[in-house]
Design a protein around this ligand. Sequence first.
Ligand code: GP9
Length: 410
Amino acid sequence: AKQWFEERGNLRKQLESDKLFGAYKGSNVILIQLEAFQNFVIGQKIGGQEVTPVMNKLIGESAYFNRFYHQTSQGRTSDADLAANISLQPLQSGSVFITNAHNKFDSLPAILKEAGYAASVFHAYEGGFWNRNNMYANMQYDYFYNKKDYKMNEPLGWSLGDESFFQQSVDAMVQEKQPFYSFLISLSSHHPYSLPESYQKLDVGELKDTIFGDYLQAAHYVDSALGHMIERLKKEGLWDNSIFLFYGDHDNSINEWEPFESFLGKPLTDMDKQQILKQVPFIVHLPKGANAGLHEEVGGQIDITPTILHLLGISSADKVMIGTPLIMEKPLEGKKVVFRNGSYTDGKVWYKPSNDGNEANSQCLNADTGEKMDLNACKGGGEEARTELTVSDNVISYDLIKQFRKQQNP
Ligand code: GP9
């Protein structure tokens, strides 16, 4: 495992010669993880209304990744957090936040603090959920703003509405010494998505009172709350000196495809469904709207921390991380996104490992059409995917980062 991570670190080292390495040195970082937010709603309309008008507009002045994937497993929201802030794969079962909260990790907040940043995490729910209290202390956040720190002035669903959650979180950011890292985890768009009638601003027609219709309403509400947060950041003078990023944590667990098809206005192939299930948006707004544009190359949650560190010019060459930076002058060739079940995609192929352990029964599919391809086209990649999962599992299960560091400084 040590050698594998050293090689990955060397690759990131080479990428430091890229022009964007350090281009946003010293900026604040505001990263938002949106609950169950999938990519398929972006740019779509229902009943003539845009589902995500704020995001659609923001995309015009941001880097937007439309082939970006969540890499979660059973640990759901906590797995997304692990991938995004620690750049390791989740375990096959359980949640690393619960099973390995006392490990040594190279976390984004810890690295940023070493570089002189303040680091806080915000989530308006019980601090003990997903063992966050312990995990966040270990990740070295200065402070975890949880339910007890918020005024419950907009009770909604499990807790506080995102509108108020975002505003109260900015209240805290304004007080923070700069530069700061703020990580926010939203909650209002949690399954089963039903919002009070007065919150349902979209006319979803016959989807009204279905779980899918409710999901669209929830996405619309989150989009609007995010818009108000952006206005507020501008007013507080934080917008132009911050890197503002958000992504979805995982799929929405709506397992019937008919409403997706009627919403998207087309029948969906198996590959379409696969892509929809795994794709979450990743949108990066850089100060002054610089480096905006559509990125069609693949990326995943594991790449978020390396991307942020690259833009800030903080080397991650000696850190135990899987990901590679996604915002560079020239995207990395041969980039692959590996999923917990051993699948991977590079944008051209989609590899599906067999369930019976017999590689001959694995499938290599065209990532656009789903057409079967010669398995050899996925062979090397399938092996790389297995290795990535194994080395990540070993690092987590045997707390190897502690040992690596002991070997470096005995
Ligand atoms: C609760 C929230 C929900 O704090 O993060 O997590 P999920 O059920 O989506 O994993």
